[in-house]
Design a protein around this ligand. Structure first.
Ligand SMILES: Nc1ncnc2c1ncn2[C@@H]1O[C@H](COP(=O)(O)OP(=O)(O)OP(=O)(O)O)[C@@H](O)[C@H]1O
Length: 317
């Protein structure tokens, strides 16, 4: 018996198909990221997993017990499975400490006190315990919201793009911190996002969702090297279509640049990036524009360059 399992769960809203039959098995303490563009069904899936949405078909089971949906249960949702999303709610007139304590009102006092201390320490909020939400940064507020959800010790945390109000540096930092916290607590985590980089900060275990359907699952390496669709390929880098082919592409990093021999192109733009210059080049024969990496930072706008690539690097999508 698997720890958390979703079997053939599907959902439509009127005529709109949001999720095609979806199945998943997870072990306790495992992390998973579900990546998909807007409208791919990520939130719908998480809400069904949390028992907050009625599915058209299929079952969700936690440790052999069914997760009941709002049609089957009077008070929807479970303490064991917490969904955290962007529109988090903090009590504005309560301090950080009080916000974290509120969900524990019905717990034994000593336990609640020590649990709040643990959360303050884990989330790095000890110095902010007496502050009110309006005295916190966006990242700190988000941490308190996550702390509130974690206070009842959920076994599974479902993160629905909870960091989208933060800038990318804050987001990266918070995801790394959360990863340590979740590991320490042995929490099972499912993180949905449209941003592959954010997903990879948490885990290498990926499912790509596209139009309500699993496009591919696997590790980042498997998905990057053997993408099954254009969408999966483009999550990792831009892709360049080979001239005179229907569906053959090559990545910018897999194109070699030379001063002679290969496909002639002209450099039309150059951008400085951390590890290489990213060139925009126009292929002479076909007038197609490509993006290619110039790791030696050798070429400039206006230069002629010859392009070549290995057949093994060509992706048929
Ligand atoms: N309550 C609803 N009523 C009708 N249609 C809905 C409802 N909720 C979602 N949908 C539709 O179902 C599809 C999947 O939506 P969902 O919110 O699950 O996607 P998502 O991947 O989470 O999107 P986003 O990243 O923009 O939040 C979309 O086409 C959406 O318009």
């Amino acid at each position: 018996m698997s720890y958390f399992s979703i079997t053939n769960v599907s959902k439509s809203y009127d005529a709109q198909l949001a999720l095609q039959p979806f199945s998943l098995e997870m072990k306790q303490g495992e992390f998973l990221a579900i990546v998909g563009e807007s409208g791919s069904g990520k939130s719908t899936l998480l809400r069904i997993m949390a028992g907050l949405e009625v599915q058209d078909s299929g079952t969700v089971m936690l440790e052999g017990n069914p997760i009941l949906n709002p049609n089957q249960k009077i008070v929807s949702g479970y303490d064991e499975i917490k969904l955290i999303h962007q529109n988090f709610h903090l009590y504005p007139n309560s301090t950080v400490e009080e916000n974290l304590s509120r969900p524990l009102l019905h717990y034994e006092r000593e336990y609640a006190k020590s649990r709040v201390e643990d959360l303050l320490r884990l989330l790095g909020l000890t110095d902010y315990r007496d502050r009110f939400p309006h005295q916190l940064s966006g990242g700190q507020k988000q941490k308190v919201a996550i702390g509130k959800a974690l206070s009842v010790e959920p076994e599974i945390v479902l993160l629905d793009e909870p960091f989208s109000s933060l800038d990318s540096i804050q987001t990266q930092q918070l995801i790394s911190e959360m990863k340590t916290t979740f590991r320490e607590m042995g929490t099972t985590v499912i993180f949905v996002t449209h941003d592959l980089d954010d997903a990879l900060r948490l885990t290498d275990n990926l499912i790509i969702l596209q139009k309500g359907k699993v496009a591919q699952k696997g590790t980042s390496r498997q998905l990057c090297e053997k993408p099954k669709t254009k969408y999966v390929a483009q999550l990792f880098s831009p892709i360049n279509k080979l001239p005179d082919t229907k569906n053959c592409y090559v990545r910018p990093a897999d194109v070699k640049l030379r001063t002679k021999g290969g496909v002639l192109a002209h450099v039309t733009d150059s951008r400085f990036l951390v590890h290489y210059n990213s060139l925009q080049v126009q292929l002479k024969e076909s007038s197609i524009t490509w993006e290619v990496d110039d790791p030696q930072r050798k070429y400039e706008q206006g230069d002629r360059v010859y392009l070549s690539w290995k057949d093994t690097k060509v992706m048929s999508l």
